[in-house]
Write a protein that binds this ligand. Structure first.
Ligand SMILES: Nc1ncnc2c1ncn2[C@@H]1O[C@H](COP(=O)(O)OP(=O)(O)OP(=O)(O)O)[C@@H](O)[C@H]1O
Ligand SMILES: [Mg+2]
Length: 227
């Protein structure tokens, strides 16, 4: 499939900080075709999270357009944008904020229930996903009774439950030790593939980046393709 799911067209993002104006991204272009996995690497502070926030409609560009399925995300109003995000995008962050009062199964169900899916079907699919990531016997554990790696597995299932067009992952294993990080990374790539999703990923791990369809380096406010 070569259809462009996500496009950045000449995107500039600046932050005003006191007297100064910080230009984080400038005239940046990016195309993410459906069904691919795209890795973004770059030094700390280079603007990777800023770029992901724009891609996911969590923030708006200062200039240029972010087009998702042909729609200009930066121009959408908050309520429409939240509904759009819930339907089309799944997020996995470095340390995912799971809902502490809900168990693993309930945490995974939340986005589907918000969307208005039936309870039984949602529980069934959430259970299936959690089984797939090896948490069949942890369904009723609350986040504080899960390890860091287990919490990230729950976060991956939660990101996938609504079958979103795009999974956005910002250093999803950054808070884990090397061995669990590697397990979770493999799992994330496998799940994205099995479920036929598209992935936009920020990672510091060159081995993980190399397993993606394309790799970009964010440097000097722009993206360069290549490992
Ligand atoms: N809301 C904000 N207001 C002002 N400056 C900001 C804001 N958010 C981010 N920045 C600045 O923008 C730059 C890019 O931040 P960003 O979080 O995108 O970097 P990053 O590449 O994700 O870094 P890391 O690898 O450490 O996560 C940083 O210098 C940061 O201080
Ligand atoms: Mg970041």
């Amino acid at each position: 499939m070569s259809e462009q799911l996500l496009r950045f067209e000449s995107v500039t993002k600046t932050y005003i900080s006191g007297e100064s104006r910080l230009v984080i991204l400038e005239d940046l272009d990016l195309s993410v075709p459906s069904g691919t996995s795209v890795a973004i690497t770059g030094k700390s502070g280079s603007g990777k999270s800023t770029l992901l926030n724009l891609a996911g409609g969590l923030d708006k560009p200062t200039a240029g357009s972010v087009l998702f399925l042909g729609r200009n995300v930066g121009k959408m109003h908050d309520k429409a944008l939240s509904a759009f995000r819930n339907r089309h995008i799944g997020f996995v962050f470095q340390s995912h904020i799971l809902l502490e009062d809900f168990n693993a199964l309930e945490n995974v169900c939340v986005p589907a229930l918000i969307r208005g899916d039936g309870r039984q079907a949602t529980i069934q699919r959430a259970t299936q996903l959690l089984k797939r990531v090896g948490l069949a016997d942890r369904l009723d554990h609350r986040p504080q009774k899960l390890s860091g790696g287990e919490r990230q597995r729950v976060a991956i299932c939660r990101a996938l439950i609504n079958q979103p067009d795009l999974i956005i992952a910002d250093e999803p294993t950054g808070s884990l030790d090397e061995a669990s990080a590697s397990d979770i990374e493999t799992l994330l790539l496998e799940m994205v593939k099995e479920e036929g999703r598209t992935l936009l990923l920020v990672t510091h791990n060159p081995l993980l980046a190399a397993r993606c369809s394309s790799v970009y380096l964010l440097q000097n406010r722009q993206l360069q393709e290549g490992p």
